[in-house]
Every structure is written in C-alpha cells, then in structure tokens.
Design a protein around this ligand. Structure first.
Ligand SMILES: Cc1cc2nc3c(=O)[nH]c(=O)nc-3n(C[C@H](O)[C@H](O)[C@H](O)COP(=O)(O)OP(=O)(O)OC[C@H]3O[C@@H](n4cnc5c(N)ncnc54)[C@H](O)[C@@H]3O)c2cc1C
Ligand SMILES: NC(=O)C1=CN([C@@H]2O[C@H](COP(=O)(O)OP(=O)(O)OC[C@H]3O[C@@H](n4cnc5c(N)ncnc54)[C@H](OP(=O)(O)O)[C@@H]3O)[C@@H](O)[C@H]2O)C=CC1
Ligand SMILES: O=C(O)C(=O)Cc1c[nH]c2ccccc12
Length: 383
C-alpha cells in the first residue's frame, strides 16, 4: 500500500494542470492513468482534422500560455506538442496503465482508499491519500443510444471517438447520428472524401463561427450573457441566414446561455453548413428504427447505409469507480455543486475538468484545487 498526500485520477489536461499547480505549491502527489500515455483523448480518441475550436488564449494550461507564433486555432497535433512541453516543464510522471476501479472514503482515518488495477500485471495496487482529485474527464464514456433494430444493422458502426478520417469510407453511404461539433465536423470530413453523407438533426441547435465564439468569450467578461447571446444570434443570422429550410432550427435560448447552464456547446461551423445548403450533405430527422442496412426515419422515409457513425456524445463515468461520489458528484457523474463552486466537495474530494467549459474551465479548476489543498495543508501544519 502506498500513502500519498494527493492522488489525481486521470492524466488528461486536467490531471496534468492539477499536477503542475500542486508542484508549484510543493505538494506531493501522484497521477494514476489507465492508458499508456497522457492526454489519451487527444492522442488516441480524436479525428485527424481536429483543431481547438476556441481561440488559443482560452485554451492554455496554468503557467504556460500558447506561443505567440501558434495559430489562433491550434491543430490537434500542435496541441499535443504543447502538452508534451507542459509535461517536460513540470516533470510530470503519471503512473500509467493503472485503471482506478474503486475509491472510497475511510471515515475512521479520514483518508481516501484507492484501488487500481495494474493493466500490465493484472494485480491490484492500493493507495491511501489525504486528498483525492477526480480528473477522469467529462468525455470519459462513449454514449451510443439504444435504437430499435440497431442490433440488426448489417453495416459498420462506430463512435465518433473511433473515427479518424473519411478516407476509408469512399464510395460508401454513411449516416452520422448527432449534430454536435463531432457530428457536424465528421459529416464535413466524410463529404470532403466524396462519401454519400447524411446527418441526423432531430432537435434545435445553434450554429456559429469560431469568430463569433471568440467575440462572445471576450464580451462575456464584461456583458451579461443575454446581451452576448443577442449579439451572437444576430451575427449567426447574418452569416448563415435562415437555416430552418435546411432542417437546422435555432433553440429559443441563446448559445452562451445553453453552454453555461446545460453544457451544450453551439456548433462551431467548419464548413458543414455550406455543404448542407448545397445538398452535398443530407439532413435527416430522428431515426425510428433500423432493419438490416435499412434505416427508417421519423418522417417515414427510409434509406440504406453501409456505415453509421454515432457522434452522440459522451458521459462522465467517474461514478463507476468513485464509490463515495456524493461528496462532490451527482448521479450523472458531474459536479453536484453549480459553477463556480463545482470543483470542491467534502472530505478533501475535488473534481477538475467537469464544468463543461473545456480547457478554459480545466485551468480555472486546477488552480483553485491546488490553492485550496495548499491552504488546508498549511492550516493543518500551523495547528
Ligand atoms: C473531440 C473533442 C474535441 C474537443 N475540443 C475541445 C476544444 O477545442 N477546446 C476545449 O476547450 N475543449 C475541447 N474538448 C473538451 C475536452 O474535454 C477538453 O479539451 C480536455 O480534454 C479535458 O481534459 P480532462 O483531463 O478533463 O479530460 P480527458 O482529456 O478526457 O482526460 C481524462 C483522462 O482520465 C483517464 N481516466 C479516465 N478514467 C480513469 C480511471 N478510472 N482510471 C485511470 N484513468 C482514468 C483517461 O484515460 C484520460 O486520459 C474536446 C473534447 C472532445 C471529445
Ligand atoms: N474542437 C473541436 O473542433 C471539437 C470539439 N468538440 C467538443 O467535444 C464535446 C463533445 O462533442 P460531441 O461529441 O459533438 O457530443 P455532444 O454531446 O456535443 O453532441 C451529441 C449530439 O448527439 C445527438 N444525439 C444524442 N442522441 C441522439 C439520438 N438518439 N438520435 C439523434 N441524435 C442524438 C445530440 O442531439 P440532441 O440535442 O437532439 O440530443 C447532439 O447533437 C463538446 O464539448 C464539443 O464542443 C467536439 C468535436 C470537435
Ligand atoms: O468544446 C468544448 O468542449 C468546450 O467546452 C469549449 C468551450 C468552452 N466555452 C465555450 C463556449 C462556446 C463554445 C465552446 C466552448
């Protein structure tokens, strides 16, 4: 059994940022990561053409702004290089292939007991920590809806986290389920490879440009969200026009309101809208059932597909291993406390990167968590 002051679960940007902030405070800690590398989402589960879709000033980790020479919207591989530099700068050394399977709070000694399977040896390692930081990601579990007849589908199915590029789907009929940023960009990528592409858009969704988001993020510092949303929607209408005739309806609530309250990011268009307008990408309604290669839609139409890409999002699965999750999370694996108090729980339990604010939120959380742990440790030493 290993005793440690702070144990961090996950070596994505949240775990790395928290580690850096704790190191600056000289607080001993370890990171347990189930994969064999850090930043596995960015290194293993992201498609080729992915870029950061927030301007770089909103995407840096603590103590390390992006280089002035970096493009405003950083390509995935360049962001991975940035994380490599970050890990070197702060000498971050996660314990890899340690899959945390259980974490519970021992009331008797007031510490966290963490059990992790060593993926290499198959053995179970036990750790005892005074502080526990959940940094396992809001996108840690793939979500695929249960659709009637899905088991009968005779083509290929994959989740967006498994998609790399449209190259392997040339001359195929592909259905993308989900019109979030993954679905809309994957549909664009498929279409660029000449793939016959359809996308399911079943509910209203905002479409904005990167520049509208950048302006909105800047103005959000000074103006109430409803003003920012009025501006954002007006700019979107000017840029894209009335999209309802193409099957894209705008929600009644604004894009920044929905992001702040429901964590639903607007679609930041990469060129998909133009392809939908030109009918290179076909918009279809919700699926009612699947039969072999045939997909039946709620408008009664049906069409055969070779491939279905589920760009239907993710879920936090922290509750699978965090037995005493109620000290910081709710039943869905997300923070039980509202932003900006979401990161701190009871019993020295914290969560980082679960505020649905992307890397911008990661940095805020990591700094706040490390500062709070430093305060608690200092107060204890001064008693
Ligand atoms: C396709 C995609 C694109 C995105 N683009 C942007 C963007 O442009 N800008 C932005 O701000 N945000 C973006 N995001 C949001 C993204 O969540 C953050 O950028 C960032 O990756 C969050 O970091 P994280 O460390 O909290 O979570 P993750 O990056 O998901 O890392 C969590 C880590 O925890 C590990 N882990 C999970 N469970 C366990 C366990 N039980 N035991 C041990 N280890 C475990 C995982 O292996 C993983 O390495 C995007 C997300 C996706 C899916
Ligand atoms: N940097 C970048 O360029 C990118 C960033 N991202 C980020 O990654 C995160 C995850 O994004 P993403 O993977 O798109 O997931 P999201 O959760 O944002 O979107 C999931 C989509 O799936 C749809 N959906 C769910 N179930 C069904 C169903 N049964 N039938 C039809 N549609 C369904 C949802 O529609 P409904 O509303 O109807 O439920 C929604 O449109 C987000 O924060 C996003 O901003 C993602 C891709 C690229
Ligand atoms: O892409 C993501 O997952 C993000 O959460 C990035 C993000 C943070 N704040 C936003 C506001 C509008 C659109 C995207 C984001």
């Amino acid at each position: 059994m290993e005793e440690i002051v702070v144990l961090i679960v996950g070596a994505g940007p949240s775990g790395l940022a928290t580690s850096a902030c704790l190191s600056v405070h000289s607080i001993p800690h370890i990171i347990l990561e189930k994969e064999d590398i850090y930043a596995s989402l960015w290194k293993k589960r992201a498609y080729d053409r992915l870029k950061l879709h927030l301007a770089k000033e909103f995407c840096s980790l603590p103590f390390k702004p992006h280089s002035p020479d970096s493009p405003t919207y950083i390509p995935k591989d360049m962001f991975v290089d940035y994380l490599d530099d970050y890990v070197k700068t702060f000498n971050i050394q996660p314990k890899y292939q340690r899959h945390v399977e259980s974490a519970s709070y021992d009331e008797a000694d007031g510490k966290w007991r963490i059990e992790a399977k060593n993926v290499l040896t198959g053995g179970v390692e036990v750790y005892v920590a005074e502080f526990l930081v959940v940094a396992s990601g809001e996108n840690s579990g793939k979500y695929i809806p249960e659709l009637p007849g899905l088991d009968s589908f005779s083509g290929e199915t994959l989740h967006s986290s498994e998609y790399k590029s449209g190259a392997k789907y040339e001359n195929k009929e592909v259905l993308v389920v989900g019109c979030g940023n993954s679905g809309m960009e994957i549909a664009y990528d498929l279409s660029n490879y000449g793939v016959q592409t359809a996308i399911v858009i079943r509910n209203p969704v905002h479409v904005v440009s990167k520049e509208i988001v950048r302006v909105g993020m800047i103005f959000s510092k000074y103006l109430p969200i409803f003003i920012v949303d009025i501006m954002a929607v007006l700019m979107s209408k000017i840029l894209y026009g009335d999209l309802s005739k193409y099957g894209i309806r705008r929600p009644t609530k604004g894009p920044f309101y929905l992001k702040a309250t429901a964590g639903r990011a607007p679609v930041i268009d990469v060129g998909t809208v133009a392809k939908i307008k030109s009918k290179e990408i076909k918009v279809v309604p919700a699926i009612s059932s699947i039969d072999g290669k045939k997909v039946l839609f709620e408008d009664g139409a049906e069409r055969e597909f070779d491939v279905i890409v589920f760009a239907t999002g993710y879920r936090s699965v922290a509750n699978n291993w965090l037995k005493d999750f109620k000290h910081v999370l709710n039943e869905t694996g997300m923070p039980k406390n509202d932003f900006p108090h979401h990161w701190k729980g009871e019993k020295n339990l914290y969560c980082c990167g679960l505020s649905r604010r992307g890397l911008f939120g990661v940095s805020m959380d990591a700094s706040a968590i490390a500062d709070d742990i430093k305060k608690v440790v200092t107060e204890k030493l001064n008693k």
